[in-house]
Design a protein around this ligand. Structure first.
Ligand code: CNA
Length: 324
């Protein structure tokens, strides 16, 4: 703020400042997190008591992040499949905050929505893919860890709901075709061994990683993984390309909604864009590690409803807060 004063940059603090920024700016970057979908019944990760991590801690998981760790998944996908049903998206519903982002798009003001959400609700809200970066992927598709076949995400939903590891049907077809062929199996060098293609899972059991050439293991179809970015995986290239080659130059306002800003590299975006671009933060809880120009604490659906009311914009959503 002191720097802004010395450089004679405008200062923004209040909800009315946020309203006039929304009204005047033309290239708005919206960064969203799990908080914009909690009103639809999808838990976020880090809210105390209600967040998915709290629920996992209460059930004895010492490090809830491990459920979304790619090495753990490859070692034993059963833990993920046991729990994933609890964050499975509701595809037909949107929140007022999704409607708000759509409204910015309809007004020609949405530069890009960087969503960390994996629920793909932005698609249901009609956010144009040209203005959307799903930073952590989504449930929209799923890919076989073995043969890389990709299918619509809904293909694995019944397995997720049944807490059953989803297997790749392309692999099943390939393996059953192979089984029609005459077999030429080599003898294992040490029939007693726990071969190197097996790993011991966290909970003590042995889980085949299926990576062998089929000589010693009974071949199994690959495991399907929803195309959400796990810890230990790269973000999609579109994230870096859009941010550096396009948005950094253009952005004139950043609005951050319903995210604890704890996961890099999304948490680094405010430091990456020019310092004179104002930043509005909307969430239930404050964050200490990033400085914003305007912080609006509350339920994001209510806050965006109020912003629209003050801006004189109609927010067309049945759950939007009504007021005069
Ligand atoms: P987070 O760390 O759980 O933070 C959520 C933030 O939103 C917290 O600061 C809450 O206080 C706040 N919040 C929760 N509900 C509301 C509300 N109604 N109004 C205003 N604020 C609210 O989640 P982040 O998104 O910051 O973390 C990134 C993770 C979460 C990504 O990797 C996601 O994939 C992952 N995630 C996504 C979903 C989803 O797609 N809906 C659900 C759960 C987790």
């Amino acid at each position: 703020r002191e720097l802004a004063r010395r450089q004679k940059l405008p200062q923004y603090n209040t909800i009315d400042d946020a309203v006039s920024l929304l009204q005047s700016k033309k290239n708005i970057m919206v960064i969203t997190g799990a908080g914009i979908s909690t009103s639809l019944g999808i838990p976020d990760f880090r809210s105390k008591n209600t967040g998915f991590y709290s629920q996992l801690l209460a059930r004895g998981f010492e490090s809830p992040e491990d459920v979304f760790d790619i090495e753990n998944f490859d070692m034993d996908p059963r833990t993920f499949y046991e729990l994933a049903g609890e964050i499975l998206p509701v595809l037909d519903k949107t929140s007022p905050t999704h409607a708000f982002i759509r409204l910015l798009q309809d007004k020609g003001k949405l530069l890009t929505n960087y969503t960390q959400n994996i629920d793909n609700i932005e698609a249901a809200a009609g956010i144009d893919p040209a203005h959307l970066i799903q930073c952590h992927g989504s449930w929209a598709t799923a890919t076989c860890r073995k043969c890389k076949a990709q299918v619509p995400g809904a293909t694995i939903f019944s397995d997720v709901k049944a807490k059953r590891v989803a297997r790749c049907t392309a692999c099943v077809q390939r393996l059953s075709a192979q089984q029609q062929q005459p077999k030429k199996r080599k003898r294992a060098p040490n029939s007693n061994s726990n071969s190197s293609s097996r790993s011991r899972g966290k909970h003590g059991h042995v889980y085949s990683d299926d990576d062998s050439d089929g000589q010693y293991d009974i071949p199994e179809p690959g495991v399907m993984k929803p195309d959400i970015t796990f810890f230990g995986e790269q973000l999609p290239n579109t994230f870096f390309d859009r941010l550096t080659d396009h948005d950094r130059e253009k952005v004139d306002l950043v609005v951050i909604v319903g995210t604890s800003m704890k996961v890099a590299p999304v948490s680094e975006i405010p430091n990456f864009i020019p310092k004179d671009v104002p930043c509005v933060y909307i969430s239930r809880e404050p964050v200490e590690h990033i400085n914003f120009d305007v912080t609006l604490l509350g339920y994001c659906d209510d806050v965006v409803s109020e912003l629209c009311r003050r801006a004189g914009w109609g927010l067309d959503h049945p759950m939007a807060l009504k007021g005069k």
